[in-house]
Structures are given as C-alpha cells and as structure tokens.
Design a protein around this ligand. Structure first.
Ligand code: FEO
Length: 169
C-alpha cells in the first residue's frame, strides 16, 4: 500500500510526464511548420516515449493499491527561435525531470518505501540516457550554426528514430 505522501508525489509525476508528452507534441508541430520532417518525426517518438513514462507511473500507482488522480495538463510553449532553441529547451526540461525523479527517490527512501525506490531506479537510468541523447543533438546543432546543409543532414539522421517500448519497462 502506498503512503499518502508517496501517492501524491507519484500522481504529480504522472502529470509531469504527460506534460512532457504535450510539450514535445507542440515541438513536433513547430518542426512541421519549419518543414523539418526528420526533427518532427524525432519529436513524435519523444511524444510516445513520454506517454509510455506517464503510463508506467499510472500502472504502478494502481498496482500498489493507490488512487490515480488526473489533473489538468498545462499549456505548453508553441514557438521557438530555431531548432537549437527548441532542443536547448528539451535539454533544460529533461534536467528538470531528472530533478523530479531524484526528489521521488528521496521521498521513497524517506518513507521507507523500498518497492517504489526500486521502481524509480528504471527512471534514474532512463534520465541519464535522455540527457545524453538530447545533449548530443544540442552539441551538433551548435556545430551546425547557420549551415543549412548540416541542418538537412541532421534532419535526415533524426528522421530515422523509431520508438519501441523498452522490453524491460
Ligand atoms: Fe519522461 Fe523525458 O522524461
């Protein structure tokens, strides 16, 4: 059985993951408007991945006998100055999510909820991977600068991404 403090925090994380999905959907729309279909496709994978994260928390709360309480999802930004501006936003957002996951671990350990702590370790590892992959794209965009041929090459590379739900998830 989940303690109330843990249940509340996990519900807040469901909302944070669904907001992430919504934010990346807004970014997909931005990239579509810029005719960068590879970037847009990469964002669609990100939308699906964040929905998967949200559902993973959702299922866990139910599995532990808690109550899921869905709240309103905030309106995401919808304009960015450049692909680099958008991806810097992704990186700062993922760093914020990493902080939220770390806070959840602190709460789990504080209330001696070791099962939730083990569940959360998957997300601790996932955030390392998310920050690394997004950070690499930010680095490439900084190298590309105003070189449109470099941007089109990166667009083609990002368009190859496919979302497959993790088998261990
Ligand atoms: Fe669900 Fe991108 O962290």
């Amino acid at each position: 059985m989940l303690k109330k403090e843990m249940e509340l925090a996990l519900n807040e994380q469901i909302n944070a993951e669904l907001f992430s999905s919504y934010l990346y959907l807004s970014m997909e729309n931005y990239f579509q408007s810029q005719s960068l279909s590879g970037f847009a496709s990469w964002m669609r994978c990100q939308v699906q991945e964040e929905m998967f994260h949200g559902m993973k928390f959702y299922d866990f709360v139910n599995e532990r006998g808690g109550s899921v309480a869905l709240e309103a999802i905030a309106k995401p930004d919808n304009q960015w100055n450049s692909p680099l501006d958008a991806f810097e936003h992704v990186l700062s957002h993922e760093q914020k999510v990493t902080g939220l996951v770390n806070d959840l671990v602190e709460i789990a350990l504080g209330v001696k909820d070791y099962a939730t702590n083990i569940f959360l370790q998957w997300f601790v590892t996932e955030q390392v991977e998310e920050e690394a992959s997004v950070g690499a794209i930010v680095d490439k965009l900084r190298l590309i600068g105003n070189d449109s041929s470099g941007l089109f090459l990166l667009d083609a590379e990002l368009g190859k991404r496919v979302f497959t739900p993790p088998q261990d998830g």
